[in-house]
Design a protein around this ligand. Structure first.
Ligand code: HEC
Ligand code: HEC
Length: 478
């Protein structure tokens, strides 16, 4: 019986592979950016993701800054939404309409719907949802702890972080927040009683160990988890993350995080790979790439209900708006999109982006982003890329920071003291960005690209020669 079930599942999954409209959905649209402009100017948006990695990430893909070294199938850019003109559709949406839309709450019904499962969501027809059921109340106390309706902690903890470079900045379309939750063991004292103090201590131990600059010594967690070691740059098994990606709201002349979610994204670490496991995995991947340069990666384990498993011990799962704006589970191809950024590049720390960039235990808001540009990270991004987004399509940022291609001194001086000057769009741009994304929701065309824009993007290749040079000199450090 087991064998038959396995067979059916395998056939089902291979059938899915065949039906994908983009079998390379794990390779993101950013990789197709034209790095040389008409005047011979060079722009490097690649180094944020493709960079020398820090152990136990052994991917070290810095060489991808230098060439479009794609598998044959991926030399064609399958993200066709980037080439569409949206001006007509966008013009049909009024400001009033979109502002009303982004203020609606589409999160609160999601867990109810998952508990009374619509048939089409029940991939394995067992009558229940086998994936993550959102249980965060988005109601945080001053320490970032989320409380349910009865005032009990849900285990989710909010933190503020320096946003990763590029795509995720509000000026490029979305506001977002990230939450972490450790397994119950880490929230309890030695007698098995829930303790906020212990939980906070464990979170702080993890925070220290996950930094890029953490030394290579392990230490022990405390409380009921005191037998578990906190290994540098590895999370304990059972760690969960929740990432809400939202529209931009405009209130009192300011841009803020909207109530409405574009997506709710989730990840859980289900197996613990050691440094040497990870080294072997990356070594095997290198060998495979060398022997079969045109072979695409296939991620067979998982489905729309359970999410997709990476080879790094995590699974990823997401919800996205349906035509009516209600959140629905993402299908196999939509989820395949998650896997590359979270398991196939040099930039991540144990598959994640935000937590190693943590600032404080409090919920993300504009105030938490009015901070100095420590280490000139954002300045360097602008100077290397000459724009605030990978596609160099964000004219507002370009004009704010450059005049005839030359950096504006006063703008860079402002940025040094306050990165929010870069990160947040004008009200007009914010509203337009909301509208452009809504067009994709109406079409449900996420598999062709989720980035909203009005005019077709022109700094992107539709097709590259395999191995074509980018003419960039790789940047060694982010
Ligand atoms: C936002 C992150 C991001 C940026 C920015 C980015 N890439 Fe990528 N790139 C990825 C991901 C994710 C993959 C898939 C990795 C995998 O194999 O799982 C990828 C894969 C590739 C591949 C295919 C590698 C292979 O072995 O299959 C090439 C070539 C590439 N990128 C080139 C570039 C170039 C050139 C740039 C800049 C113009 C760039 N990328 C910018 C995330 C990024
Ligand atoms: C283009 C690369 C990219 C893709 C594709 C992507 N992510 Fe992420 N993800 C990021 C970045 C960057 C962050 C950090 C956000 C920030 O800095 O604002 C993040 C954050 C997260 C987090 C919080 C933990 C962490 O890594 O910091 C989760 C959970 C997550 N993503 C899940 C998903 C899921 C599920 C999908 C697919 C639906 C997905 N991601 C697709 C780049 C990506």
């Amino acid at each position: 019986m087991k064998k038959i079930i396995f067979l059916v599942i395998s056939i089902f999954l291979s059938a899915k592979d065949i039906n994908l409209s983009n079998r390379a959905a794990y390779i993101t649209s950013e990789c197709y950016t034209k790095t040389v402009d008409k005047n011979g100017g060079r722009h490097n948006p690649c180094y944020t993701c493709h960079i020398n990695s820090k152990e136990p990430n052994y991917i070290n893909d810095i060489d991808l800054q230098a060439s479009y070294d794609f598998p044959e199938y991926a030399t064609k850019n399958h993200w066709s939404n980037l080439f569409k003109d949206r001006s007509k559709e966008v013009a049909k949406i009024s400001d009033k309409e979109i502002i009303k839309y982004v203020r609606e709450d589409n999160y609160k019904n999601l867990s109810k719907r998952l508990k009374h499962l619509p048939k089409t969501w029940d991939v394995n027809h067992n009558g229940k949802w086998d994936g993550f059921i959102p249980d965060c109340n988005y109601s945080f106390d001053k320490n970032g702890f989320d409380m349910d309706k009865n005032g009990n902690p849900t285990g989710w903890v909010a933190f503020s972080y320096r946003p990763f470079l590029g795509t995720f900045w509000p000026t490029n379309g979305s506001t977002d927040d990230v939450l972490i939750r450790l397994p119950e063991k880490f929230r309890k004292d030695k007698n098995g009683k829930l303790s906020t103090k212990i939980y906070k201590e464990n979170l702080n131990i993890l925070k220290e160990q996950m930094r890029d600059s953490a030394d290579n010594f392990s230490r022990y967690f405390v409380g009921l988890a005191s037998k578990i070691r906190a290994i540098p740059r590895l999370y304990p098994k059972g760690t969960e993350f929740l990432h809400s990606v939202r529209y931009i709201d405009v209130k009192n002349g300011k841009t803020t995080m909207a109530k409405r979610m574009k997506e709710l994204r989730y990840a859980k670490k289900t197996s613990y790979l050691t440094y040497s496991d990870l080294k072997t995995k990356d070594g095997n991947d290198y060998k495979e790439k060398d022997d079969f340069p045109d072979r695409l990666e296939v991620f067979r384990v998982g489905n729309a209900e359970k999410g997709l498993y990476t080879k790094t011990g995590w699974f990823y799962e997401g919800f996205i708006e349906d035509k009516k704006g209600e959140l629905r589970p993402q299908n196999y191809e939509e989820t395949l999109y998650c896997i590359g950024c979270h398991s196939g590049i040099g930039a991540t720390t144990d598959s994640t982006f935000a937590f190693p960039r943590i600032m404080d235990w409090k919920w993300m808001g504009i105030a938490s982003l009015m901070i100095k540009d420590k280490n000139n990270e954002y300045r360097n991004y602008l100077l290397n890329n000459h724009s605030g987004d990978e596609f160099r399509a964000n004219d507002e940022v370009k004009n704010k920071f450059f005049k005839n291609g030359k950096p504006r001194k006063e703008a860079f001086a402002k940025l040094k003291n306050d990165i929010s000057y870069l990160l947040f769009p004008s009200l007009k741009r914010a509203i337009n960005l909301d509208k452009t994304y809504k067009v994709i929701v109406d079409e449900q065309s996420y598999i062709y690209g989720r980035e909203g824009h009005i005019r077709p993007l022109d700094n992107i290749y539709k097709k590259v020669e395999q191995g074509q040079s980018t003419q960039l000199k790789p940047i060694l450090k982010r």
